[in-house]
Design a protein around this ligand. Structure first.
Ligand code: PMP
Ligand code: GLN
Length: 383
């Protein structure tokens, strides 16, 4: 029944693993969502917005307080000046922003450069836009960009490169040299960049997030995406936004008006409050808390004989399990959920071109309460 375009993608590994976690009573370190609440004042802002009557369709490009707050955020954090009315648009999560941007920008047969391991929605978006993915592979343990191979992927049909830094699932923060090389290739080949920066505020050990739009020559060819899910721990709100030059915003908006038309109005007002009222204390606390969560889990994984890669950003740890388990990632994830009581993600599905790279790895999400991580640690240590 499912169309030929979507049939290869099946059910996402996130839904599948959360279902298995529930079925086996496992602690869920698979799907990346916090098991704690975002800031109380921002939840109150959502309640206030409902009570204030912000309950009808929003402006399709986003309510004014939110587009203004996004513009102020880009200017304040990164020195990127964007016009809130023509250079910002709001979507139902970064997921819908990615989909609408690709539907709005790509013609059938266009080529799109993706980095694998890839966030699973990107290839599905490329397929729905009837475009063709080309993969640059990031390999365990350092996930460095092979610049020679990357350069070889550019052809006259290349329309778009999708970048995700900090990166899910590796925790990699692309280095300044890598960003500069990617920018140089995109300028040389006149390629647009879709920059998924949903983990922009989650970087560790002094690593700094640099939006590729801030590099020379990149502002006019980059559409930057973020959302309320990761920074403010409200993944269920599904409010995301894009900023960038007006022609790119118009292209994404051309699809968005027919995909959802507009995003939940009261939650947009609450997202505006989050962006405009939370100060440095909030962002510093976020990084300190996530660093503590990461540092709790890392030695536990190493202690059970896994080889974890040290994430400098986002909230995932990829680890090689092959010295402790004989089998592929699906078998290891099944063993963890059934016998150990901890759910994790088998990442081979994130390596469409080189699934063998993912077959020896497992992904743990650490966006969980310290108590949840301690309980998971107890189970993993008993393994
Ligand atoms: N991009 C990446 C890399 C992600 O990890 C996620 C989060 N799950 C998303 C996009 C989706 O963000 P949202 O929940 O705002 O749709
Ligand atoms: N981004 C989240 C993760 O990587 C999950 C998003 C989803 O379930 N689609 O775990």
């Amino acid at each position: 029944m499912v169309s030929e375009k979507l049939r290869p993608f099946g059910t996402t590994v996130f839904s599948e693993m959360t279902r298995l976690a529930l079925e086996h009573g496992a602690i869920n370190l698979s799907q990346g969502f916090p098991d704690f609440e975002g800031p109380e004042a921002i939840r109150e802002a959502a309640v206030e917005a409902l009570r204030a009557g912000h309950n009808q369709y929003a402006r399709s490009q986003g309510v004014l307080p939110l587009v203004q707050a996004v513009a102020a955020h880009q200017a304040g954090w990164y020195g990127l000046a964007v016009d809130p009315l023509t250079e910002v648009a709001v979507f139902s999560g970064a997921t819908e922003g990615l989909m609408s941007a690709m539907l709005g920008l790509l013609n059938p047969g266009d080529e799109v450069i993706l980095f694998e391991p890839v966030y699973d929605s990107y290839p599905a978006c490329v397929a729905m836009a009837q475009a063709v993915p080309r993969y640059a592979t990031l390999r365990f343990p350092d996930f460095a960009v092979d610049l020679e191979h990357l350069a070889s992927l550019f052809t006259p049909r290349t329309r778009l490169l999708v970048l995700n830094s900090p990166h899910n699932p590796t925790g990699k923060v692309f280095t300044p040299d890598e960003l500069a090389a990617i920018a140089e290739l995109c300028i040389r080949h006149d390629v647009t960049v879709l920059s998924d920066e949903v983990y922009e505020h989650l970087t560790y050990d002094g690593a700094r997030h640099v939006p590729i739009a801030t590099l020379p020559g990149m502002r006019d060819r980059t559409l930057t995406l973020s959302s309320v899910g990761k920074t403010f721990s409200f993944t269920g709100w599904k409010v995301g936004w894009a900023s960038g030059p007006a022609p790119l915003i118009r292209a994404a908006q051309a699809a968005h008006q027919f995909v959802t038309f507009a995003t939940a109005t009261p939650l947009q007002h609450a997202a505006a409050a989050a962006l405009s009222t939370l100060g440095p204390d909030f962002y510093e606390g976020l990084v300190a808390e996530y660093t503590a969560r990461r540092d709790l889990l890392l030695p536990v994984l190493a202690g059970m004989g896994l080889q974890p890669a040290l994430p400098k950003g986002a909230y995932f740890i990829l680890a090689d399990f092959t010295s402790t388990f004989d089998g592929d990632d699906l078998a290891f994830a099944r063993h963890l959920v059934e016998d150990v009581g901890v759910a994790a993600i088998p990442p081979s599905a994130f390596y469409p071109a080189h699934p063998e790279e993912g077959r020896r790895l497992v992904r743990f999400a650490f966006c969980k309460k310290m108590d949840t991580l301690r309980a998971a640690a107890a189970r993993l240590r008993g393994h």
